[in-house]
Design a protein around this ligand. Structure first.
Ligand SMILES: *Cc1c(COP(=O)(O)O)cnc(C)c1O
Length: 369
């Protein structure tokens, strides 16, 4: 049997009756769009985070784009982020007409190097957009302080960090807004697409509700500022409500898988994920590092294990972003990482027997390099 980094079928097997009950509940309700399940999920997701405002949207990319727009960011503005992230972070900035500006990441944990932010601030800078990458938080406290001091807004990309904490505080609760994705692979994943924005103000909440609904103030009312349709689907919202009650146990499962890798691979030459001081990692992905990455990834295929690389192409080197003008070599840590990292299979329902098989294969491949 082929092994991939992620597989939802063991989870579906275990949760099937609850998931199908969620689908039936929505189909039987008589209301299929922006109804009870979306409203309830928004309230419950806000409550989980101890914040007041949550707006469900259709995916994580639009969560970032609409959050930026709700915070007043658009053409001519600059948004500071990282190049070592999923492309949608940067695609979403670009979609608002704003310009992404990159800082490098730290060599030890691959997270945004917050000490570089100040040096790239210009008169056009409006926003800092840290990505809580792979399941752990960026050092948010100094970014918050800097944003307050320089009059910038802070938007957190939480697509990989549901339930992650820094110094006890949940990811998504320190910025003016925070964007989440519920793409199926995520720590809290739907059975299809979904997203949400946490907002810290009434105004941002109202703006988000307009932005996801053609620019209308209320259902079937009139358009204030023309916008698009980015609604969260009722069925996905109901599934997410059920799964939100299990989020903490999914995270516990991921930590258990991470612990087993850490114990079994500690004496190898793989560089294992490091948790920054103060962080509680939720292991969205389990990213390891080795200078002979390409050979290892190839050899694992002999064991029918197909791993992922998150991410093989730094965004500033992509053809689609060549116009941003970043030379090769401009973000050295990001570029080196892209050649050396890969992800081992990670999901809470990963069967222990399968993980043992993966560990044995990795150890054999490393031993014969
Ligand atoms: C998954 C992801 C997104 C995009 O979410 P979608 O729901 O796929 O649009 C954005 N940012 C990061 C860091 C992600 O991992």
């Amino acid at each position: 049997m082929t092994t991939y980094v992620w597989d939802y079928l063991p989870e579906y097997e275990a949760e099937r009756s609850d998931i199908l009950d969620a689908v039936d509940q929505v189909f039987s309700s008589g209301r299929l769009v922006l109804a009870e399940s979306v409203r309830s999920f928004e309230n419950e997701f806000a409550t989980y985070h101890g914040v007041e405002h949550c707006v469900g949207v259709d995916n994580g990319t639009n969560a970032i784009k609409l959050a930026l727009q709700a915070l007043g960011i658009g053409p001519g503005d600059e948004v500071i982020t990282v190049s070592n992230t999923a492309a949608p972070t940067v695609v979403a900035i670009d979609a608002t007409g704003a310009t992404p500006v990159f800082v490098d990441v730290r060599d030890e944990d691959f997270l945004m190097d917050v000490t570089q932010i100040e040096s790239v601030i210009t008169s056009r800078t409006r926003c800092v957009l840290p990505v809580h990458l792979y399941g752990q938080c960026v050092d948010l406290e100094p970014i918050r302080e800097l944003c307050d001091r320089r009059g910038l807004v802070l938007l957190e990309d939480c697509a990989q960090a549901h339930g992650a904490r820094r110094n006890g505080r949940l990811a998504g609760t320190l910025g003016e807004a925070a964007a989440f994705s519920f793409y199926p692979t995520k720590v809290l994943g739907a059975y299809g697409d979904g997203g949400a924005v946490l907002a810290s103000s009434e105004e941002a909440d109202a703006a988000l509700r307009r932005l996801r609904f053609y620019g209308m103030e209320k259902v079937y009312y009139t358009v204030q500022t023309p916008a698009h349709n980015s609604r969260l689907d009722e069925v996905q919202a109901e599934i997410l409500r059920r799964k939100l009650t299990r989020l903490d146990s999914y995270i516990a499962g991921r930590r258990q898988v991470a612990r087993a890798y850490a114990e079994a691979l500690a004496d190898t030459e793989l560089v294992l994920p490091r948790t920054a001081p103060g962080n509680d990692h939720v292991y969205y992905v389990y990213v390891v590092r080795h200078p002979r990455r390409d050979e290892i990834v190839e050899r694992l295929k002999d064991y029918d294990i197909h791993v992922n690389i998150s991410y093989p192409w730094p965004i500033h080197t992509m053809t689609g972003f060549a116009r941003l003008g970043y030379e090769k070599g401009s973000l050295p840590v990001t570029e080196r990482l892209a050649e050396e990292i890969f992800s081992l299979p990670m999901y809470p329902s990963l069967p222990a027997g399968l993980q043992d098989k993966i560990i044995t294969a990795v150890r054999e491949v490393l031993a014969t390099l």
